[in-house]
Write a protein that binds this ligand. Structure first.
Ligand code: ADP
Length: 160
């Protein structure tokens, strides 16, 4: 059984993330989406809110589970039996950052591979931060986040 872990902030989950999850779930036997907590990062949604949102949108994908973790991503992956880390690449700017992260992870844990999925062109501009920016300023986020989360995200961010 080949298990992969998709780590990220998912603050909040977007259709770009969901597309990667669906594509990874078709390639690996098992995929665990993990909200990695970085104490240095200021998040818009709590870990519980993010966990609930992701669980809701992956509920029909039978080989996908959701978790939260902290510390080094490779340590979490190893402890959970994941052989690969999934990451997404939208543009060259992502590549530079991802190359650095993947190389550091390779140094820390050579037995775990990082596998990159290219963003679909229609999601290549899409990020959690752009969703937050749009939703907090009454912008339209239809098509950018899963339909079932749209009003929840808008409500949550507009009350801030
Ligand atoms: P992080 O804070 O770890 O970068 P994110 O939640 O922003 O977490 O993203 C997790 C992963 O998903 C990253 O590899 C990122 O490049 C990728 N990703 C984010 N948005 C998209 C998108 N629209 N399409 C494809 N991959 C994406």
């Amino acid at each position: 059984m080949k298990k992969a872990m998709y780590p990220g902030s998912f603050d909040p989950i977007t259709n770009g993330h969901l597309d990667i999850i669906e594509r990874a779930s078709a390639v690996f036997d098992e995929v665990v989406v993990v909200i990695m907590q970085n104490p240095k990062k200021k998040n818009h949604f709590s870990v519980d809110e993010r966990l609930n949102m992701i669980k809701e949108v992956v509920k029909d994908l039978k080989n996908v589970s959701v978790d939260a973790g902290e510390g080094l991503t490779v340590n979490f992956a190893k402890k959970n039996g994941a052989k690969a880390l999934i990451r997404g690449i939208r543009a060259v700017t992502d590549y530079e950052y991802e190359l650095q992260q993947a190389s550091a992870n390779m140094f820390l844990e050579p037995s775990i591979e990082t596998i990159f999925f290219l963003a679909r062109p229609e999601y290549s501009f899409l990020s959690s931060s752009s969703v937050v920016e749009m939703a907090s300023n009454n912008g339209r986020i239809t098509g950018l986040v899963p339909k079932c989360l749209e009003s929840r995200i808008i409500e949550r961010l507009s009350t801030k």
